[in-house]
Structure formats: structure tokens, C-alpha cells
Write a new protein. Structure first.
Length: 188
């Protein structure tokens, strides 16, 4: 009895999915302000990935922004998408004023509203935590040689679709393993 042969296409798709899982771990364990974990994550593939791309095309039409359509093509061509979001509508209690309010209490009491892309206002420390989680996640993908690109437009569609309940900001990271990065030359 010999060992079964695993073709490169199947092995690569499995590796991309495993990379996505490890990216979620990296985002979860990334340092967070005051040790408060308000990071939300998920992996999207298959039909749900197509739903995000369709929503991006809808936004492209609605806002006359071809960049949403270009990124939707990248989502469709990707093996999977990692979503990382943050619950940015609550403060950490530092009263720093970066949000534009006089105190964290004032910020916390302010009604949070959906803008064009995300729900705001957002606590600057939560936005920083999101950035650190994103950096940790894409570093993991990079170390594993999986092509990726941080895309806010993916997150805009995911937020509108309610893909990470509780998130006020979501960013998407499509992943791909091809002979050439599909995120490099995006002029077409």
C-alpha cells in the first residue's frame, strides 16, 4: 500500500484555509489596549464570499466607484477571505479626546450611526487595536507565503451584510495561492 497522492490544487487550497485559521489566532492574540478584547473575526468562503462580492458590486453601482468593483473581482478570484472587525463604539475610559468628545462618558453616551462605510464615531484605541490585529494577521499570511491584501471595501460590504454582528468597523483580507499574486497588478 502506497501513500495517497495529494494534488497541488487541493493541497494549496487546504493550506490557504489553514493559513486563514492561523490568521484568526494571530488577530486574537495580538496586543490590545488595557487587555480589552473587542476584536471579532471570521473566515468567509464559498457562497458567502460571492455574496460579499455581489454586495461590493452593488456599492460600486450605488456610489459610482469602480474601486469597489475591482476589489469584488479580487474577492471572487480569492480562495478565502478573512474578516477582522472591532467593537469600536465603547471607550476604554482614558478621556484622551481623540474621538472629539470631552470625555469617554460623553463618547459612550453618543448614539453610534452608520456612515457610508462604517459605524461611528470609533474610539481611537479600538481603531489602533484593529490595526494591530490586522498587522498580526497579514504577517502570519506573509510568513506562510500566502498572498493577501488588506481591503477596507470588503469590510464595508461585510458590515452591510451583518457578517460580524457587533462590529462597528470591519476590514477584509482576501487570500490566494497562485503563481503570481492576484493583488499585485489590479489595473485590469
Amino acid at each position: 500500500m502506497g501513500s495517497p497522492i495529494v494534488g497541488s490544487e487541493n493541497a494549496e487550497k487546504e493550506a490557504v484555509l489553514e493559513t486563514a485559521r492561523l490568521m484568526l489566532v494571530a488577530a486574537r492574540t495580538a496586543p490590545k489596549t488595557a487587555g480589552i478584547d473587542d476584536v471579532l473575526t471570521s473566515i468567509v468562503m464559498g457562497e458567502e464570499k460571492e455574496i460579499i462580492a455581489d454586495k461590493m458590486d452593488e456599492i460600486a453601482n450605488e456610489r459610482k466607484m469602480e474601486s469597489f468593483r475591482r476589489d469584488a473581482r479580487n474577492v471572487r478570484d480569492s480562495d478565502t477571505v478573512v474578516l477582522i472587525g472591532i467593537r469600536g463604539g465603547k471607550s476604554i475610559g482614558s478621556n484622551c479626546g481623540s474621538c472629539g468628545y470631552g470625555s469617554c462618558k460623553e463618547f459612550d453616551e453618543t448614539e453610534k450611526e452608520l456612515g457610508k462605510d462604517f459605524i461611528g464615531p470609533t474610539c481611537v484605541f479600538k481603531a489602533l487595536d484593529l490595526g494591530i490585529a490586522l498587522g498580526s494577521a497579514v504577517k502570519t499570511a506573509s510568513m506562510l507565503n500566502v498572498d493577501n491584501r488588506i481591503m477596507y471595501r470588503v469590510g464595508t460590504a461585510a458590515l452591510r451584510l451583518g457578517f460580524l454582528p457587533g462590529a462597528t468597523v470591519i476590514i477584509g483580507i482576501p487570500l490566494s495561492a497562485r503563481g503570481k499574486s492576484i493583488y499585485f497588478d489590479r489595473s485590469k
